[in-house]
Design a binder for this molecule. Structure first.
Ligand code: ZN
Length: 254
């Protein structure tokens, strides 16, 4: 009887030990996963434009998520704008966000001199596009306001940004831009973008660590080479362990 009790006690200790080891292993894996996990957000500004159909087609065929920061004036400028908006709404891979109604009429300094009008313009866009999220990007400015953290490029959009943040809006700038290279006369290649992301992750110079917001514009998809690069880029991200593409609605608070 004594032997049996000792055997059961040893067995219980063994099982408890195994459970502890297992739970430690799982926890370590989860933490490692978090530590190495990089989320990349492809954001397309200033649409809709005629070339936005290319974006829609690429998303449908290759199945990757994007955020589109739309300008209301562009939507209601033509029937095509409204049709593109509808196609965006019908596609769960597209998240629609607010990039102002008038895009500052491309006169940024004058626009930001009147923060009240900036807010009115952002609210007008939210209303006309019937947006339900509180995600915005200010026209012509790389300004951030997320959960009390701030970043400004130039000072003059500060007051408007602070006021919008106090109303519960999350303002997104960008960590890197999918640029046009005048020497090669084309937009950056997928390989170059991946290399740049790797450097950014290592340097930690993003707004939040491991979170990479990329600024793109629809006209970069006007020719087949650039479209192939975006397709390749999305494919390369999917191949990378711990890297994935996401929507800004899931961007962490801190
Ligand atoms: Zn813009």
């Amino acid at each position: 009887m004594g032997n049996m009790r000792r055997f059961l006690r040893q067995k219980a200790i063994f099982i408890l030990g195994s459970v502890l080891i297992m739970s430690t292993t799982v926890k370590t894996q989860a933490l490692t996963g978090q530590k190495n996990s990089v989320t990349i957000y492809l954001t397309f500004d200033d649409g809709p434009l005629h070339c936005s159909w290319h974006l829609l087609s690429l998303i449908r065929t290759n199945s990757f998520p994007v955020n589109v920061f739309l300008v209301g004036q562009q939507v209601y400028h033509s029937q095509e704008g409204k049709d593109i908006l509808q196609s965006y709404r019908d596609n769960p891979l597209v998240e629609i966000d607010n990039h102002s109604f008038c895009h500052a009429h491309r006169k940024y300094k004058a626009f930001y001199r009147h923060p009240k009008e900036v807010i009115e313009d952002m609210l007008l866009n939210e209303d006309t596009l019937q947006l339900t999220n509180k995600i915005i990007r200010l026209p012509g400015r790389n300004v951030w306001r997320i959960n009390g953290r701030k970043r400004n490029d130039l000072a003059h959009a500060k007051r408007a940004a602070d006021s919008l943040a106090s109303r519960g809006y999350r303002i997104f700038g960008w960590d890197l831009e999918w640029r046009y290279d005048s020497t090669t006369q084309s937009f950056y290649s997928a390989t170059r973008m991946i290399r740049w992301i790797r450097q950014l992750v290592e340097s930690g110079k993003t707004f939040l660590p491991q979170q990479i917001v990329i600024l793109c514009h629809d006209p970069m998809l006007q020719n087949e080479y650039e479209r192939s690069q975006l397709r390749l880029f999305a494919g390369k991200i999917k191949m990378e362990t711990d890297w994935h593409l996401g929507h800004l609605i899931d961007y962490p608070e801190n």
